[in-house]
Design a protein around this ligand. Structure first.
Ligand SMILES: Nc1ncnc2c1ncn2[C@@H]1O[C@H](COP(=O)(O)OP(=O)(O)OP(=O)(O)O)[C@@H](O)[C@H]1O
Length: 764
């Protein structure tokens, strides 16, 4: 019965805290109302209270000051109001579940202390913390250590305390439904409770059960590059979301969500994680895919998308490997440097006539290369633009004498004409002066097109420049080391050129293209961005990462990935880590490994890890479920019957199922057949769709980062998966399953399953 009385005591404490929260809420309600009224009041009496006095200098200074004071008062009230509103929203969140843990500890030479940890802080009148935010320095001991001596980073440096109790609570509607004392970092019991929940279309926060290793990632503030290699389902994405929340708290006042950018694998995934931060009371960071990041820079071009990239079998791997490498990045850098001396390609700028250029490209070239050698790319372009604008200004006058100007004036109706004057009653000494005035107005207006072209660097020919760079590559890089012949390279350039002609560009070209553009035009990179997160790093190329680093020179990077799940870069991802490390100071690089997988049952994790050639390191979490099952069928018809049976069974168990195929075409086919059979399933064929409850059908590359109660891996035959570099693909598909995994095929099973231990699956 001891436990019961303990629980009663805790319930009493909880009731007290809830009472105080309620009280504070009504106080805040009051003060918000008050502040609002007052602000309204100030607004309506604004000019009554301001001393309006326009005689003489000093009094008008008084007036200005008075206005300023009023404005400041208003701003203060508004601030107080916003502050209260924010506090209120924190309390409203706490009201549902004030805290989830209690820790007892003692600092050397101090009295023992008890603290409660929750989603936000709650302080009563006496500045006494009734609840500590999970991100507060002291809260770290809850996640980090076992009972006994434990250290944490405080604002005054590392502190060591003696932790004597760690208690976890499950609270529902103001009642403690369960509580346990634990000695583990976070008791498995609590974790099991959380993990047993069903999957949903939205990711959840893991605040209550952050694991020790994850806590390290979340609270790391020292590394310029934090690299996390983690098995599928080890909580990498969860950890990122918590980390963003942590950083926003730790640097509150100095860091806002717009200083943080996250690159995610696809739009579907963005949708999946979009509630995590708001639920923790924080705003979402800037989120985009790499494709969006590059595409928005080239509105006139069609950049190869996820689907094309995945389903493109024509590309020459050797050439793609070269273009994705750091060596290629360095080659662009060197090439651009050489453009400071010569080789930049210019375009004529036209105005009115297509026959004779307004600014001749030879002339522009002369200006550009006319500056002395201290001018680098950025100054050169800026000075060239300035010179062109000056020259443009000098050409206004001569242009007014041209015939087109008179014609234009004649063609204007009265209203259009009136608009040209500065004032309706504007007077002129003579009609010649008036005509000249109007002519100038017209010319200036029309020449705006030219000045716009100058500002937008339209006198450069970046496409031609990029092709010229490609032609120079054999001089910059030893192609034979990449096993590429000169003929292959030349043919490839023709290919790129042809694609340009159709307004298209491949993923392997867009980053070098933009990088070259940035260097040549001296585009300012984003110095404001403070943190950049890249999830699913294995799908990025070294070039892309180098380019991101170039774009966000002051940002600290957190890169997370599983080199075993490389879908786009396949085996190349293995060398990724060594390449990335070259971009950062090794002293400021931290690498963290997460080996425990939380997503799936032990049966599924133990099965999927065998698909990998080096999967031994992955540890399963002890949560049980059925063994994965293979369904070998001898006809497509029978495959569908099996699928139907599986879906019926999953439905009965209330499991959400995703049928994952290799390609989009297969997914479309499966969705079509299911529809014919009146089985409800949603095809996710593009990343712009929403995840919806119920059965889903999707191609492998859209399943990245997601999870489902049950997965059906469709068509896992030898015919479909036989290349070694498809291992990662199969692994990604299989590791999306939380509780149940079924694999269907006809003919022979994929040889990539050859090493499976028979005891880890069943045949059905
Ligand atoms: N500390 C934790 N407490 C509770 N649940 C956790 C914890 N860590 C991870 N999980 C759960 O495990 C699942 C997998 O997490 P997450 O998606 O973050 O993994 P991941 O490493 O990004 O996976 P992948 O690389 O396979 O996409 C999620 O359901 C997540 O909620």
């Amino acid at each position: 019965m001891v436990k019961e009385t303990e629980q009663q005591k805790e319930q009493k404490h909880l009731d007290e805290v809830l009472g105080l929260i309620k009280k504070k809420e009504s106080e805040l309600d009051h003060s918000i109302e008050h502040a609002q009224n007052e602000a309204q009041n100030i607004n309506s009496h604004f000019f009554d209270d301001v001393k309006l006095d326009y005689d003489g200098y000093s009094t008008s200074m008084d007036t200005a000051l008075s206005i300023h004071q009023q404005q400041q008062m208003l701003a203060e009230r508004q601030n107080a109001w916003q502050h209260s509103a924010k506090q209120l929203s924190t309390l409203q969140r706490l009201e549902k579940k004030p805290y989830f843990a209690r820790v007892d500890f003692q600092e050397p030479n101090e009295d023992p202390e008890t603290i409660y940890i929750g989603l936000g802080s709650f302080v009563d009148k006496e500045d006494h913390f009734l609840i500590y935010d999970w991100r507060a320095p002291i809260s770290s001991i809850y996640y980090d250590g076992k009972l006994g001596k434990v250290s944490y980073n405080s604002p005054d440096g590392v502190q060591t305390v003696d932790m004597t109790k760690k208690r976890q609570f499950l609270i529902e509607d103001g009642k403690i439904t369960n509580m346990f004392d634990t000695n583990e970092s976070i008791g498995d019991q609590m974790l099991l409770n959380v993990l047993n929940e069903k999957s949903s279309t939205q990711m959840k926060s893991i605040v209550t059960t952050i694991q020790r290793e994850q806590n390290k990632i979340i609270r790391n503030t020292s590394a310029d590059l934090l690299f996390v290699q983690g098995a599928a389902g080890s909580g990498k994405t969860s950890a990122i979301m918590q980390r963003v929340a942590y950083l926003l708290y730790r640097y509150r006042g100095n860091l806002t969500s717009s200083d943080v950018i996250m690159f995610s694998p696809n739009q579907l995934f963005n949708d999946y994680v979009k509630n995590v931060l708001p639920e923790m009371g924080e705003q979402n960071m800037v989120q985009m895919t790499y494709w969006q990041f590059v595409s928005r820079r080239v509105p006139g071009m069609n950049v190869e998308n996820l689907f094309e990239q995945f389903e493109d079998n024509e590309q020459n791997d050797k050439i793609v490997n070269l273009k994705n490498s750091l060596q290629f990045f360095n080659a662009v850098t060197r090439y651009a440097k050489h453009l400071e001396k010569n080789g930049l390609i210019f375009k004529n700028i036209y105005f009115k006539s297509k026959k004779k250029p307004f600014f001749d490209k030879e002339k522009i070239k002369e200006i550009y290369y006319g500056f002395n050698e201290n001018y680098h790319l950025r100054n050169r372009i800026e000075a060239t633009k300035e010179a062109l604008i000056n020259s443009l200004n000098r050409r206004i006058e001569p242009e007014t004498k041209k015939a087109w100007v008179d014609k234009t004036i004649e063609s204007l109706d009265q209203e259009q004409l009136n608009k040209l004057y500065d004032r309706p009653d504007q007077e002129f000494e003579s009609s010649a002066k008036e005509e000249h005035f109007l002519a100038r107005k017209i010319v200036i207006k029309q020449l705006k097109q030219v000045s716009r072209k100058i500002h937008q660097n339209r006198f450069l020919n970046i496409r031609a420049q990029y092709l010229r760079f490609l032609r120079a590559v054999p001089k910059l890089i030893d192609l034979s080391k990449w096993d590429i012949s000169e003929e292959e390279w030349d043919a490839h350039i023709e290919n790129v050129k042809e694609r340009f002609r159709n307004g298209r560009i491949k993923m392997a070209d867009i980053s070098p293209y933009l990088y070259l553009y940035d260097l040549v035009t001296g585009r300012r990179t984003d110095y404001e961005m403070r943190y950049a997160f890249i999830d699913e790093i294995q799908d990025y190329t070294p070039f892309q990462l180098a380019y991101l680093k170039y774009n966000f020179p002051r940002a600290k990077f957190t890169m997370l990935g599983d080199l075993n799940q490389a879908i786009f870069t396949k085996d190349e991802s293995k060398i990724l880590l060594s390449q990335i490390s070259k971009l950062f100071d090794p002293e400021k690089t931290d690498v963290v490994q997460l080996t425990k997988s939380y997503r799936s049952t032990k049966e599924i994790t133990n099965f999927t890890k065998q698909i990998l050639r080096q999967g031994e390191k992955i540890e399963a979490f002890d949560r049980r479920g059925p063994k994965p099952a293979f369904y070998k069928r001898d006809s497509i018809e029978k495959e569908y019957s099996a699928l139907q049976d599986i879906l019926a069974e999953n439905d009965e168990q209330k499991l959400t199922t995703a049928i994952i195929t290799k390609t989009l075409a297969e997914a479309q086919e499966v969705a079509k057949v299911l529809k014919e059979r009146n089985i409800k399933a949603t095809l996710i064929g593009s990343a712009n769709q929403r995840l919806v409850p119920g059965t889903l059908v999707m191609p492998s590359y859209l399943a990245k980062g997601l999870e489902f109660d049950a997965v059906v891996a469709w068509g896992v035959s030898k015919e479909n998966y036989h290349q070694l570099d498809e291992t990662q693909l199969l692994y990604t598909i299989a590791s999306r399953a939380m509780y149940k995994l079924d694999l269907i095929y006809t003919g022979e099973k994929s040889p990539l399953f050859d090493n499976l231990d028979e005891k880890t699956y069943v045949n059905k």
